[in-house]
Design a protein around this ligand. Sequence first.
Ligand code: IMP
Ligand code: MG
Length: 192
Amino acid sequence: MPEPPEYQAAIAEVLLTEDQIRAKVAELAAVLSREYQGRRLVLVGVLNGAAVFVADLLRRLAVPAELDFVAVSSYGRSTVSCGEVQLTKDIGCNLQGKDVVVVEDIVDTGRTLSFLVECLRAKGPTSVRVCALLDKPSRREVDFQPDFVGFEIPDRFVVGYGLDFALEYRGLPYVAVLKPEAYASAGCPSEP
Ligand code: IMP
Ligand code: MG
């Protein structure tokens, strides 16, 4: 698998290998396929981070599913108004009578997903549940528990498999932690 040498040089540690992720995605898809048999499933990917995960997950499902996307903007962790989330792209399909699974890359404070679940519930689907590839439970600031989780990880800032740092590294096929100098080169003193 070709990887940009600039990215490779910035990796400190691979937390989850491509094989581990592939096996977990297949496992999650098998669980969803059982749970949603005979239902009208809609996967709603959260842009941009979940684009890679949702594409792989969808292709592993053994049941029919629609695919849609939302995008949110957060006012960031470093500002005082931290935690405010806004919908910047809404779904295009009608959710009445459908079962929604929101597909997200990672649950951190939990603010993005608790906001999104509320937004989507208001559209009148039969159900809304959440599938996250990664979960950092130690970082939670609101009471939120994803329904399906790939891996619990420690409180470290990770990149790859859709997750970015300063808009880069999303294309790496594994999940990794960067070297301190790679975080610093984008103007951050340490892991953000
Ligand atoms: P939450 O609202 O704090 O749960 O934030 C979730 C969003 O923050 C995720 O969808 C990611 O976009 C971003 N995020 C949280 N932790 C990481 C990380 O370790 N690497 C990259 N993005 C992260
Ligand atoms: Mg995200």
